[in-house]
Design a protein around this ligand. Sequence first.
Ligand code: HEM
Length: 484
Amino acid sequence: IKKGKLPPSPSKLPLLGNLHQLGAFPHRSTWELSKKYGPIMLLRLGSMPAIIVSSAETAKEILKTHDLECCSRPPLTGPKRLSYNFQDVGFVPYGHYYREMRKICVTELFSMKRVQSFQSVRKEEVDLLIKSISESATPANPVDLSKGILSLTASIIFRIALGKNFQGSELDNDKLQKLVSEAATMLGSFCASDFFPYVGNMIDWFTGFHRRLENTFHELDAVFQQIIDDHFKSGTTMHEHNQEDIVDVLLRMVKDQTENGAIHLTKDHIKGILLDIFVAGIDTSAIAIIWAMTELARKPTAMKKAQDEIRSCVGNKGKVADNDVSQLKYLKMIIKETLRLHPPGPLLLPRETASHLKIGDYDIYPKTRIAVNVWAIGRDPDIWNNPEEFIPERFEDGVIDLKGQHFELLPFGAGRRICPGMNMGMAVLELALANLLYFFDWKVPSGVEIDMEERVTISLGKKTALMLVPIKYNIGEDDEIMHC
Ligand code: HEM
């Protein structure tokens, strides 16, 4: 029995502990519990201890003061299988391999230079989305924006990672997107082995979890293998725009092992990283754009203000480019406000303590799981006025940024495990939103009330499709550039 003072806990059931209290929306249920038990509470999930952190101060303790003790990941069943036994970066427990792999991600795969080098990919794909919406835009015809936005972010990530988009080929984008979505569902699904070490495995065979996980793994593996084989066949110079994609970079590193410091990279590492990029990069950016458009559709004054800013900045140039975006202050406030209310990873990715630590008076023991409820922190009435309301102006003074230094707003996490794809994600988010708002006025179909229901997988999206009516904005010859 552990000695010391433990954080407060709700009462538990035998065997289940507090598992039954999580429900379908753990970010909401733990938020409710935290109102009674405080910003750091201890739950027992089956036989696993877990602390839930729900205030900016306690998040800072975990993600900054005690980051080193708290930056491992629990070895969960779904992530373990799909990441080729943790040969990735996002799910692997902390250690030497993680540090080396993270270095490769930050300096090679997702660096600012790399983000800039994919500028033309983002532009072409956003142009295609705008074109397809323009073609179907009539005053009576709502478009499925969720579908369009998801295929935009999927196409961008496929092209960045693999050098091409699969539209029209045997493995088309929709098929690959469905496979990625199944992987995200498996990563977010209940898996008994993760809570009941002895009997859990049997339960997972009985419920079909293992079979479904194996199927997903084998289908993804076949795709990854085909992608790698294709890269070997074609060589880098055959790709679009003669540009190195992420698989090229990794294959180059596999060939020239001296580049990788102390780790030996194999094809399974490439596959593990591809898994991370697909599940971490496609849905998250799409979800954020969809929620932003949803909130703006519900708040026409904010939509109009954003459009006025964009249109007066861009004038009759005919599209918003990457370099216009830096001027769009209100758009940036909209993005912060969207990520405050709808962080795509509401509890971040699960962490695990590597050693004993103390937070205030409380003792936290090794191998305790940690969830940081950034969704609840974004709604904390001690930090935010009218927390449930969408008010982009609250970020007017520009003090709070998204880089993990302001613990009241942590959609990308903080500390050693902060999202390494933040710049990549933000570049897509800003460009897509700016163009959607520049080219169209958006109306809610008459008689429809936009619903805000959520859908939980490994991320938190909008459950039902966002259907809006696009009305083409007339970009006149005399639309002058006002203040860019
Ligand atoms: C709006 C877009 C995005 C959001 C909101 C987001 C959010 C997050 C969050 C909350 C985490 C967990 C941080 C933690 O555990 O403390 C994370 C991790 C990660 N993200 Fe993102 N992400 C986005 C886009 C991307 C993109 C575009 C990529 C890659 C192309 C990416 C790659 C990763 C990876 C590899 C990790 C694991 C990092 C690690 O464990 O060291 N993300 N992201």
